[in-house]
Design a protein around this ligand. Structure first.
Ligand code: SD4
Length: 332
């Protein structure tokens, strides 16, 4: 789908008065219309599976609901989609055949919760919320996370599902020892990260994934790590990440985006600067896809990725959920 209303840097001078000066830094910087259009409430989420997730979130957000409830409900929809191979119970396993799920959530009070390496539970995002609300901890992993989920009464689900198990068996025949980089693009979709601002101007975010398909057993990516896969500061805004988790963790990606917004950058520029930080920390970014989306306190949004092909779903009270192609640094 085409990115809507794409302005070149030179055309922005008339709009400069509504943007802080720092957000106009950078040659050839382009900004989307939504970036300039403050809205409340608003929800955004990564990739095209975000379209349906936003609609679920909107059932709450559009009825004076809280951002926290909306971002949980929205991504639960994706987690339970058995056709989704990169989020939730339909996700692909690690190389030993275990589907291990990672998720985190953060609210407008800077409260946060996370689970990692969680197996056999249908809604990791809700377990993450329970960690936040019912324990004194931020993150539970593996066996402990599962026991906690069961004690709390969360629904179990046997993974991998049949089709996924079959694919994994095929994969194993052809991949004996090597550990390949995953192909991360709009065709295989990815992690869902969701950010919302409610009508009271409060921001929350969620992030949930089955992680890197056929990862090493024990591997955890950025998605459940507060500051990497997700970060919210209600005074400033929120950000979440998708893509190669190892690269995102290296720069504490989502926290970095929020800090750039704190310095006065627009959401899209903040995402761009974080992507540039990732690029600067890697001698070779060939095939290394990472993307960020962000929302600020005014309800302005933006996204940016290393390579083309990343998109995010946007929904406000005026329009249906729509897909926006994120700006990017380079083409595949
Ligand atoms: C991870 N960041 O586990 C996740 C996966 C992802 O696009 O988002 N891929 O590294």
């Amino acid at each position: 789908m085409k990115r809507r209303s794409f302005f070149k840097f030179g055309m922005l001078s008339a709009l400069a008065s509504i943007l802080k000066p720092q957000s106009l830094m950078g040659m050839n910087y382009a900004v989307s219309k939504v970036d300039l259009d403050p809205q409340k409430p608003v929800v955004i989420s990564t990739w095209s599976h975000g379209l349906a997730a936003n609609e679920e979130a909107w059932k709450l957000l559009g009825n004076s609901g809280k951002a926290l409830d909306a971002v949980e409900a929205g991504v639960r929809h994706t987690e339970s989609d058995l056709t989704n191979r990169s989020v939730g119970i339909g996700g692909r396993p690690d190389r030993e055949g275990h589907v291990t799920l990672d998720a985190c959530i953060m609210d407008d009070q800077s409260r946060c919760g996370a689970v990692a390496y969680l197996e056999g539970i249908k809604h990791p995002i809700s377990v993450a919320r329970a960690v936040m609300e019912r324990t004194q901890h931020v993150m539970l992993v593996g066996r402990g996370a599962k026991s906690f989920a069961i004690d709390c009464g969360f629904e179990k689900f046997k993974t991998p599902i049949k089709e996924v198990k079959q694919d994994w068996k095929e994969w194993k025949k052809e991949h004996k020892d090597e550990f390949e980089k995953p192909e991360i693009n709009h065709e295989n979709h990815d992690t869902i990260g969701m950010l919302a601002i409610d009508e009271n101007g409060n921001i929350s975010g969620s992030c949930t994934t089955s992680g890197w398909a056929y990862k090493l057993a024990g591997r955890v990516g950025d998605s459940p790590i507060i500051g990497a896969g997700l970060f919210v500061d209600n005074e400033v805004g929120g950000a979440c990440a998708t893509g190669m988790g190892e690269a995102i963790i290296r720069i504490a990606g989502s926290h970095t985006v929020v800090e750039f917004m704190r310095q006065g950058h627009s959401p899209e520029m903040a995402c761009k600067l974080a992507v540039e930080r990732i690029i600067s920390k890697h001698s070779d970014v060939k095939g290394l896809q990472c993307g960020f989306i962000a929302i600020n306190k005014n309800g302005q949004v933006g996204g940016y990725s290393v390579y083309n092909g990343f998109n995010y779903a946007y929904k406000n009270s005026k329009e249906n959920s729509q897909l926006i192609d994120a700006a990017f640094d380079r083409k595949w």
